[in-house]
Design a binder for this molecule. Structure first.
Ligand code: CP
Length: 295
């Protein structure tokens, strides 16, 4: 086993194999119910989470393993000043694998350099979220029947949205992908993602602040929350937080087989009335997430 810090550490072949294994887990769950017997997962969550932590923990139980850990920094010795490196060395004495979420970019990487067991990045600041990307890829594959030849729109907070950065990186590996970036100027995709992923891989993309104008082109619409916890200014957050609210009237020009995704949690970005639209895939995405962290 090895650490997973960035989705690009997995080759396309490995991702395809993981997608196939996820499908097999759904078809034959009993086959996998003891594969982690006697193993312990440590969930070290220095930042709040509902889906990621609970999906890791549920998956470990479903694989026959056990879980230990903490769900907030305050209940760990980080609150007394312990470093990520020392925490990783310590937890290596108790567990077989670590899933770590941390508000600081790069913290899971530092943990992986110091742990003697594999470390999975469960979200580091506004940087990356590779296991959400496996979930997102599996959702797209399941709903659209393919990972290639489609136009994917990312809408909202593309600056701090770590799930956006990781999914764009993963999609850049597939042929015929067009990316549409929909955000206010203040929340545009970071330059390093644009340059190192989109430009370097010659992925066709465009940037706009107008969701309705691009809606008819989209096969997948990936909505995101404005990440309040990453803002330095409350005033700036309040000004930008409702930049995009997906309502039924905005979907009138959308394709009939549009796949609407959201990593969740949702605040205001998608009207609750859309939940019953057959194109709403965000709660299926949660269900697929439980399977993907089994992997
Ligand atoms: N998608 C996601 O990371 O959700 P949580 O913050 O609830 O884990």
């Amino acid at each position: 086993m090895r650490s997973l810090i960035d989705i690009l550490e997995l080759s396309t072949e490995e991702i395809d194999q993981l997608m196939a294994t996820a499908a097999d887990i759904i078809a034959n769950p009993k086959k996998y119910c003891e594969v982690a017997k006697g193993k312990k997962l440590a969930t070290l969550f220095f930042e709040p989470s509902t889906r990621t932590r609970l999906s890791f923990e549920a998956a470990m139980y479903e694989l026959g393993g056990n879980v230990l850990g903490f769900s907030e920094a305050q209940s760990s010795s980080a609150s007394k000043g312990e470093s990520v490196a020392d925490t990783a060395k310590t937890v290596s004495c108790y567990a077989d694998i670590i899933a770590m979420r941390h508000p600081k970019e790069g913290a899971p990487y530092v943990a992986s350099l110091n742990a003697s067991i594999p470390v999975i990045n469960a979200g580091d600041g506004g940087h990356n979220h590779p296991t959400q990307t496996l979930t997102d890829l599996f959702t797209i594959q399941s709903e659209k029947g393919r990972l290639a030849n489609m136009t994917v729109g990312f809408c909202g907070d593309l600056k701090f949205g770590r799930t956006v950065h990781s999914l764009i990186a993963a999609l850049s590996r597939y042929v015929g992908i067009n990316i549409v970036l929909i955000s206010p100027t203040e929340l545009k995709l970071p330059e390093y993602v644009r340059r190192d992923i989109l430009v370097k891989n010659r992925i066709p993309y465009k940037e706009t602040n107008n969701l309705e104008s691009v809606m008819p082109e989209l096969d997948v619409l990936y909505m995101t929350r404005v990440q309040k916890e990453r803002f330095f200014s409350e005033e700036e957050y309040l000004r930008l937080k409702d930049s995009y609210i997906l309502t039924e009237d905005k979907l009138t020009a959308a394709k009939s087989d549009l796949c609407i995704m959201h990593p969740l949690p949702r605040v205001n970005e998608i009207s609750v009335s859309i939940d019953k639209d057959p194109r709403a895939c965000y709660f299926k995405q949660v269900l697929y997430g439980n399977i993907c962290v089994w992997l």
